[in-house]
Design a protein around this ligand. Structure first.
Ligand code: PMP
Length: 315
C-alpha cells in the first residue's frame, strides 16, 4: 500500500495522505514542539479482524504529554478512540498496522515558545512491517549518549523533539555494529532503549527501571509487568538499576509498541545468560502475542476490534 492510497485524519477531517499538509515553518517541525503516540494493530486472518492494542492507554498518555507541553487536544478520549477505529476501517486494512496520532504547535512564525500557538492534530495509520528484523534476539550496547533528564525535557512525555536523543543513540549503536542502544540517565543508572523499555531477569526475579529513571512509562511495559506477575508468577521489582546488573542478568528483554517483546542476547559484547533468548522472555512473548489478538480472556479489554465481524473472541 502506497502512502498516496492512505486516508488520514488531519485538521478535523478524513482526507487522502497527499492532501494533508503542514507549512514549512511549522513549529512542530522546526522546534520539535509536539507529542505523539505509536499504537499497534494486529491482523488476525482467521477471524478477519484487526485488533488495536491499548487504545485508551495510548490516548491517555497522549493527553498527559499534551498537558505537559500545554498543547490542547481537540477531542476527548472516547472520540480519539472512535476516530482511530474509523480511520482503520476507512482504509480497509487487512494487515498489521502502526498508528501515529500527534499534536504539535501549528504556529508558522519565528520564535520558539509553547504559549499562544494553535495546535495541529492528525492521525496517520500505515501497514506495519517488522520493526525488529533479528529473530534470534538483539545485540545491545550501553550508549555513550545519556537519556534526557526530566529537568531538561521530560521523557515521561512522548515529545517529538526528544527523539533526537533516541536517534543519536540508535544510529551510534548501529554504526558500532550493535542492533540497539541502552541509555543510562545522568546519574549512571539504566534508563531505557531508543524506543523501548528494558527489563532484566536475575535469579527468577524481573527488574525494570522505575518511572523516576527518565523513562517513557511504556504501555507494553505495563502489560509485561502484569503478565509476569499474574500469569507467569514472576515477581517484578521497579527500581534504579546499575549498568553492571545488565552484565550479571540471566535474561534481558525490551518492550515497546513497535517491537513488541524482544530478547536481548548480548550487552557490550557480553552474552546475556547463555547468549540465547531466555525461557521467561520466550514465555512472555508467546503470552503477549496471544493477548494482542484478543485470545486471553482475562486481558480481552486490552484490544479494540475494528471490524467486529464476529460476535465472540476465539481462544
Ligand atoms: N521508551 C521510548 C523512548 C519509546 O519511544 C517507547 C515506544 N513508544 C517506549 C519506551 C515503549 O513504550 P510503549 O510500550 O508504550 O510503546
Amino acid at each position: 500500500m502506497k502512502l498516496s492510497e492512505i486516508i488520514v485524519h488531519a485538521g478535523g477531517a478524513f482526507v487522502p495522505y497527499e492532501q494533508a499538509h503542514v507549512g514549512l515553518l511549522t513549529h512542530g517541525l522546526q522546534y520539535g514542539t509536539g507529542c505523539f503516540e505509536g499504537i499497534r494493530g494486529y491482523w488476525d486472518p482467521a477471524e478477519r479482524e484487526l485488533y488495536l492494542v491499548l487504545l485508551h492507554d495510548h490516548y491517555r498518555r497522549l493527553q498527559t504529554s499534551a498537558k505537559i507541553l500545554g498543547l490542547p487536544l481537540p477531542y476527548d478520549l472516547a472520540t480519539l478512540a472512535d476516530l482511530t477505529v474509523e480511520l482503520c476501517a476507512r482504509n480497509g486494512f487487512e494487515t498489521d498496522v502502526y498508528i501515529r496520532p500527534f499534536v504539535c504547535s501549528g504556529a508558522e512564525d519565528v520564535g520558539v515558545r509553547l504559549h499562544d500557538v494553535p495546535a495541529f492534530f492528525a492521525i496517520v495509520a500505515v501497514p506495519h512491517t517488522a520493526y525488529v528484523k533479528r529473530e534470534g534476539g538483539l545485540h545491545a550496547c550501553v550508549s555513550s549518549w545519556r537519556r534526557a533528564d526530566d529537568t531538561t525535557a521530560p521523557p515521561r512525555a512522548k515529545i517529538t523533539g526528544l527523539y533526537v536523543n533516541s536517534a543519536l543513540a540508535k544510529s551510534d549503536a548501529v554504526a558500532n555494529g550493535f542492533d540497539e542502544a541502552i541509555l543510562l540517565s545522568h546519574d549512571g543508572h539504566v534508563s531505557e532503549g531508543s524506543a523501548a523499555n528494558v527489563f532484566l531477569v536475575r535469579d527468577g526475579v524481573a527488574y525494570t527501571p522505575d518511572p523516576s529513571q527518565n523513562i517513557l512509562e511504556g504501555c507494553t511495559r505495563r502489560c509485561a509487568i502484569t503478565l509476569l506477575r499474574e500469569m507467569l508468577e514472576i515477581p517484578v521489582v521497579e527500581r534504579a538499576i546499575d549498568r553492571s546488573e545488565l552484565y550479571a542478568a540471566d535474561e534481558i528483554f525490551f518492550t515497546g509498541t513497535a517491537m513488541g517483546i524482544v530478547p536481548v542476547v548480548s550487552v557490550d559484547r557480553r552474552p546475556v545468560g547463555g547468549g540465547e533468548p531466555g525461557a521467561i522472555t520466550s514465555r512472555l512473548r508467546e503470552l503477549y502475542a496471544r493477548c494482542v489478538l484478543g485470545r486471553e480472556p482475562r486481558y480481552a479489554d486490552w484490544v479494540t476490534r475494528v471490524y467486529r465481524r464476529t460476535a465472540s473472541v476465539s481462544s
